[in-house]
Design a protein around this ligand. Structure first.
Ligand code: C2E
Ligand code: MG
Ligand code: MG
Ligand code: MG
Length: 298
């Protein structure tokens, strides 16, 4: 294509492609070093109850955590997982990172348990991990090796074209279910075949993608989509989680719609393990949305 556009285009594209490749290689090298030097860290973001629940949960109370990977470079800058997970996948490092993530999450769960806090932590799985034979058994073995109940760790999977092999994906998820590892279907609605995934895969919970939550106050289409996902999910007996709640209006809408759990900056940002401890203390007074429907007993 560049040729058809004339000779000058080569001068324009070539250095830039080189730069991209170089930058990529540099990131890969840095990432490898960061893994070796243990510079990757898990942050924890709370998921909270939106509905009061028969076991005594109150709106805004801590339900569990999601572990989110953070890479801070020596110069202090953060690299987004959206970009470095991608590099890790292509450079064949995802197996190592996946193993590190489950170990760090188990270590944290173990530490909290020792302090008397029992809380579930969900870890994100890359679709590429499904291509690694036995990765699900490794996860369960690792959880066991930390001496914590396997129900303390759950997994979040995304619908992805990489997971085209629904038969083996199903087997993996059934294995998790048989070992009490709860499965969230992440970013629901943003992919290509959501309903097929929902029909085929034994998942326990659905996370409504943030893009449908963002404009709830202004978009009647997004309100309709959110309501429909919640109704559908409930009929299929799934727990429904909404991601990316930033405002009280979004929270109130989701409470009134019957959504079970929420996650977002409104309820709490991802923080390191040390700071996440505060969420245990603060959980009963996290900002609860003020819908009258949400008040226990109202
Ligand atoms: P995700 O699993 O869908 O995680 C939710 C993302 O939304 C996180 O971004 C979180 O920080 C962000 N978020 C949470 N609440 C809000 C909010 O109220 N507003 C906005 N604007 N954003 C919010 P993060 O941490 O940058 O992670 C991005 C993605 O990277 C994750 O999406 C997940 O797919 C992937 N990822 C993160 N950690 C891991 C990991 O340990 N392993 C793998 N394989 N993927 C990971
Ligand atoms: Mg997730
Ligand atoms: Mg998500
Ligand atoms: Mg995502």
């Amino acid at each position: 294509r560049a040729k058809a556009n004339g000779k000058n285009c080569f001068h324009f594209f070539t250095p830039s492609l080189e730069r991209i490749a170089q930058h990529r290689l540099q990131m890969e090298t840095e990432l490898r070093r960061a893994i070796e030097q243990d510079q990757l860290e898990l942050y924890y973001q709370p998921k909270v109850f939106l509905q009061s629940d028969p076991r005594g949960a109150r709106t805004g109370q801590l339900h569990s955590f999601e572990a989110l990977l953070r890479w801070q470079r020596p110069d202090g800058s953060f690299v987004s997982p959206e970009s470095f997970i991608h590099i890790a996948e292509e450079a064949g490092m995802i197996s190592q990172i996946g193993q590190m993530v489950v170990e760090k999450a188990c270590h944290q769960a173990r530490q909290w348990l020792n302090e008397g806090y029992e809380s579930n932590i969900s870890i994100n799985l890359s679709p590429r991990q499904f291509l690694i034979p036995g990765f699900h058994e490794d996860i369960v073995d690792t959880i066991r090796s930390y001496g914590i109940p396997s129900a303390m760790i759950s997994v979040e999977i995304t619908e992805s074209l990489l997971m085209q092999d629904l038969v083996s994906a199903r087997g993996v998820l059934e294995y998790f279910r048989a070992h009490d590892v709860f499965v969230y279907l992440d970013d629901f609605g943003s992919g290509f075949s959501s309903l097929n995934y929902l029909k085929t895969l034994p998942v326990d919970a659905i996370k409504i993608d943030r893009t449908f939550v963002r404009d709830l106050s202004t978009s009647s289409a997004d309100r309709a989509i959110a309501n429909t996902i919640i109704t559908l999910g409930k009929q299929l007996n799934k727990l429904i989680v909404a991601e990316g709640i930033e405002t009280v209006e979004q929270a109130n809408f989701l409470i009134d719609s019957g959504c079970d759990l929420a996650q977002g900056y409104f309820y709490g940002r991802p923080v390191n393990g040390e700071s996440a401890r505060h969420y245990f203390q603060l959980s009963p007074t996290l900002p609860a949305a003020t819908s009258p429907l949400a008040k226990p007993g109202a």
